[in-house]
Design a protein around this ligand. Structure first.
Ligand SMILES: NC(=O)c1ccc[n+]([C@@H]2O[C@H](COP(=O)([O-])OP(=O)(O)OC[C@H]3O[C@@H](n4cnc5c(N)ncnc54)[C@H](OP(=O)(O)O)[C@@H]3O)[C@@H](O)[C@H]2O)c1
Length: 456
């Protein structure tokens, strides 16, 4: 079955799917009926503005694979279904900081460079805050014109030549943390990925899975590297999580990029690692990263406190696997006092996903010997004996063993319904809809969910 078929819950893992499909697949228009009408209009507009390449037809039906290649659905493809990969494609390019992305045709389809790499036909793109922050604040743009976009769900159309768990026809998600390599960016119809950075999905996954890749990797590295959690007791049968401190120590240190080596190898001692029953406080608890952090932490047996705007997010986050305690963020000093009281002044672990200022407040919740991870900034200096950590995101794509461990684990977590993707709103406007969707994120209109762009 193909991604473009109507979303339907997988038979094996219903909890993989957001519980209220109407909300999960909301069209931009608020009223459901209007939404469906608009979706049809947008889909036909998108077909007009971005005509499907002749070579990728027909869309419905099994994903094409070369003769003899076995797809995940167990069918064996024949020569007649072989996928023709075009030389040129459409892509969204950034030509200057503080400008908008421009949709261009005739952009070269990226080429595979090593035997670990594969080519994915991009079908859904998950939008991340970095996609609008990088051009607006002029950072994370290594060269111009720049190709952005980090989260992809699509179909593998060329497999790695090395021995790999990934085959042509597999539907995969890829968390493209390697922003320096435009070949791996999401804002194009075909993208390269390293096999160890993709997770295989059911053949007709929820579009919401396009919103979880980078958030999952950031959460897993925050817990597994910065705090040293051992994931090996978690995961689906046959796909245990990695013990990242052990994985990293087994590597030649030179393989670990120099700027993150200390964080990876000596960020804390083994004795300091979180134990079952310990508290973890997450400030900025409504973000996609926080949702992945909370789910992984609870699989580890940690107790999770989330600091959020309870008025906005309380209904969605209460009585779920996302938190043991919600604390309102409006009065940060009071939030600190509550957390210190609830944890008996013994909180040792905190992750902030909101920014430098809130990371500072979270630091005040932690006692001497505490560990504070900042995804979106940290105070200028360490205070009160609290150690600061920055997520070494690049080990996902620089260290094969780390990426592979995370992705195999993620496959099992999704298959077993052990983690749920953040709720998503699907934008049915193709690549041409990305600028408008990013504008909504800039204006702060997207709250508690991911925007996922359907590419056609
Ligand atoms: N260092 C890394 O490797 C790494 C990796 C992943 C993410 N990050 C960073 O971590 C942060 C969270 O990422 P995410 O993808 O998890 O975020 P997200 O899902 O997009 O959520 C961010 C939250 O920020 C608030 N928000 C939305 N629009 C905003 C705006 N225009 N200005 C200020 N706040 C806004 C919303 O909360 P409310 O509705 O409560 O306002 C939203 O739930 C981002 O800064 C991201 O760049 C870093």
């Amino acid at each position: 079955m193909h991604l473009l078929s109507a979303p339907a819950a997988p038979h094996s893992s219903p909890s993989l799917w957001p519980p209220t499909p109407k909300r999960a697949y909301r069209a931009i228009s608020p009223a459901a009926e209007q939404g469906a009408k608009r979706r049809r209009t947008l889909e036909s507009e998108s077909e007009r503005s971005e005509p499907r390449a002749e070579d990728v037809k027909p869309r419905p039906g099994p994903s094409p694979a070369p003769a003899g290649a076995e797809a995940t659905n167990g069918t064996t493809a024949t020569a007649s279904t072989k996928h023709h990969i075009p030389e040129r494609q459409k892509a969204l390019l950034l030509h200057a900081p503080k400008s908008r992305y421009v949709l261009e045709d005739g952009f070269a389809v990226p080429k595979i460079k090593d035997d670990n790499e594969l080519l994915v036909r991009v079908e859904y793109i998950g939008l991340n805050p970095i996609d609008w922050k990088a051009p607006d604040f002029n950072f994370g743009i290594p060269s111009l014109p720049y190709l952005a976009g980090r989260d992809i769900v699509g179909t593998v159309v060329r497999a790695p030549t090395s021995d790999s768990r990934v085959k042509v026809g597999d539907v995969v998600l890829t968390a493209s943390t390697d922003y320096r390599d435009p070949r791996k960016a999401a804002y194009q119809h075909y993208a390269i990925a390293s096999s160890f950075n993709v997770a295989r999905l059911p053949s007709s996954p929820s579009p919401a899975t396009a919103g979880l890749g980078v958030a999952f990797v950031a959460a897993a590295l925050a817990l597994g590297v910065c705090l040293g959690c051992d994931f090996s007791g978690t995961g689906a049968k046959g796909a245990p999580g990695p013990n990242l401190p052990t994985v990293l120590r087994a590597l030649d240190p030179e393989v670990i990029p120099a700027d993150v080596r200390a964080e990876c190898l000596s960020g804390r001692t083994d004795a300091e690692r979180p134990k079952k029953g310990d508290w973890l406080a997450i400030w900025g608890g409504s973000s996609a990263s926080a949702k992945m952090l909370a789910q992984l932490a609870r699989l580890l047996g940690l107790r999770v406190i989330k600091v959020v705007d309870v008025g906005k997010h309380g209904a969605a986050l209460s009585w779920t696997k996302h938190a043991d305690l919600l604390v309102d963020s409006h009065d940060p000093a009071r939030a600190v006092a509550i957390i210190r009281r609830v944890t008996g002044e013994e909180l040792r672990f905190g992750v902030d996903t909101a920014g430098k200022e809130t990371a500072g407040w979270l630091g005040k919740c932690l006692g001497e010997g505490g560990h504070l991870v900042g995804l979106a900034g940290l105070p200028m200096k360490e205070e009160g004996g609290v150690r600061q950590h920055v997520v070494p995101i690049k080990v996902h794509h620089e260290c094969r063993e780390v990426g592979e461990g995370l992705m195999v684990w993620l496959e099992g977590l999704l298959r077993g319904g052990l983690v749920t993707p953040p709720e998503a709103e699907v934008v049915h406007e193709g690549l041409g809809g990305v600028n408008g969707a990013l504008d909504r994120m800039r204006r702060g209109e997207v709250s508690g969910r991911r925007l996922v762009v359907k590419v056609e």
